[in-house]
Design a protein. Structure first.
Length: 333
C-alpha cells in the first residue's frame, strides 16, 4: 500500500513540463509571453507604488511622471548590461554585432537578453531624474517602489519559463524541469529527458516571499529614508547569489564566480550600507514625501496620510470656528 502511494505521488509530481508555446501570432505580429510578463510586472509595480506613494502624502499618479523616465532607461541599461557581461556572444569572428536587420545584433532585444541589475542601475538614474522633476524625495520613492519591484521581478521570471531558459543543474527531484534536448542551451553530453533545477521557480517563490517581508517590515519597523529599499537589495541579492550559482546558462566568469553572482553580492553590500548610513543620517521620520519647497500648491490634491509609514509634521489647518474666534479677538483689541 505504501509503495503504491509513493508511486502515485511520484507520477503526479515527476517533473515540470516546459510550455509548448511561448508566443501568440497575430498575422505578422509575434507577441512573446516573456514580453507580456515584463509589461504585466511593470503595471503591477506602478499600481502598487502609486498606492504606497499616495498614502505617504504624494499626489496621485505622480509615479507615472517618474516612470516616463525610469522605465525606458531601465530597459536600455538592462540590455547594455547583458551585452557587456556576455560580450563574447556579440563580438568576434562570424558575429553580427551591429546590423539590427540580421539576427544576433546588440540591438536585438526582441531576441531576449536583458539583465535585472542593469535595469536597477538605469531605473535608479531615471527615478532620480524623475524625482528631481516632480519634487518627490528619491528615497521616499525607492521605499514605495521596493515591494512592487520585487513582485515585478517574480512575474518576469515566469517569462523565462515560457522561453525554456535560465534553468539550473541536472536534478532527480520530483519538481525537475523538462527541457527538450534540441534546445540550444541543453548541455552537450547529457541524455535526452534529463531534468533540471527550475531556477526561475525558485526565484519567483523567493521574490514573492520577499514582497511579503518588505510589506511587513515597512510597517513593523517604519523603514524610511531608503532603508526599505536597502532591505530589498539584501533580500534579492542573497537569493539571487544562490540561484545564480546553480544556473548553467553561459555567462562570463570573474575570479571563479559568474558576473551576476558578483552583482548580487555587491547588491547585498550596498543594501547593508544604505540601511546603516541612512539610519545614522536620519534617525527621525520623513516629514514629507516632497523635497523642501516642492510640495503641491493645492493641499487637497493628496490622499490621506493615515499610515504608520508617514508622519505629518505640518502646521494643522485652522477650522472655521477658530478663524471666527481669532477675528473676534482682533476686533476686541
Amino acid at each position: 500500500m505504501t509503495s503504491s502511494v509513493e508511486s502515485l505521488l511520484h507520477a503526479v509530481a515527476a517533473s515540470i513540463p516546459s510550455p509548448p508555446i511561448n508566443e501568440i501570432q497575430l498575422g505578422v505580429l509575434h507577441i512573446k509571453f516573456y514580453a507580456l510578463c515584463i509589461i504585466a510586472g511593470i503595471i503591477v509595480a506602478t499600481l502598487l507604488t502609486n498606492y504606497r506613494l499616495s498614502k505617504r502624502g504624494a499626489e496621485r499618479w505622480v509615479v507615472i511622471d517618474i516612470c516616463l523616465i525610469a522605465v525606458p532607461l531601465a530597459l536600455i541599461f538592462a540590455r547594455a548590461y547583458h551585452v557587456l557581461t556576455h560580450w563574447s556572444f556579440y563580438v568576434g569572428p562570424g558575429k553580427n554585432t551591429w546590423n539590427p536587420f540580421q539576427p544576433g545584433s546588440v540591438w536585438a532585444i526582441w531576441e531576449g537578453g536583458i539583465a535585472i541589475y542593469g535595469a536597477l542601475i538605469g531605473g535608479a538614474i531615471g527615478a532620480y531624474l524623475g524625482c528631481r522633476w516632480t519634487g518627490i524625495r528619491f528615497w521616499t520613492f525607492a521605499d514605495a517602489l521596493a515591494p512592487g519591484l520585487i513582485i515585478a521581478q517574480a512575474m518576469g521570471r515566469l517569462g523565462n519559463y515560457f522561453n525554456h531558459e535560465l534553468f539550473g543543474l541536472p536534478t532527480n527531484l520530483p519538481w525537475g524541469l523538462e527541457i527538450e534536448s534540441t534546445n540550444p542551451a541543453f548541455p552537450a553530453g547529457l541524455a535526452p529527458g534529463t531534468l533540471f533545477h527550475p531556477t526561475f521557480l525558485y526565484e519567483m517563490i523567493w521574490n514573492l516571499i520577499g514582497a511579503a517581508v518588505l510589506l511587513w517590515a515597512g510597517r513593523r519597523f517604519q523603514l524610511q529614508w531608503g532603508r526599505l529599499f536597502g532591505l530589498y537589495l539584501i533580500w534579492y541579492g542573497a537569493g539571487r547569489a544562490v540561484w545564480e550559482s546553480i544556473r548553467i546558462d553561459p555567462s562570463d566568469v570573474f575570479l571563479g564566480l559568474r558576473t551576476n553572482v558578483w552583482a548580487a553580492l555587491i547588491g547585498v553590500v550596498v543594501g547593508v550600507v544604505i540601511m546603516i548610513v541612512q539610519k545614522r543620517r536620519h534617525p527621525g521620520f520623513e516629514a514629507s514625501p516632497y523635497m523642501p519647497g516642492r510640495e503641491p500648491e493645492r493641499k487637497g490634491s493628496v490622499q490621506s496620510q493615515d499610515t504608520p509609514e508617514y508622519v505629518d509634521v505640518s502646521e494643522p489647518e485652522s477650522t472655521p470656528a477658530q478663524e471666527t474666534e481669532a477675528t473676534s479677538s482682533l476686533a476686541a483689541k
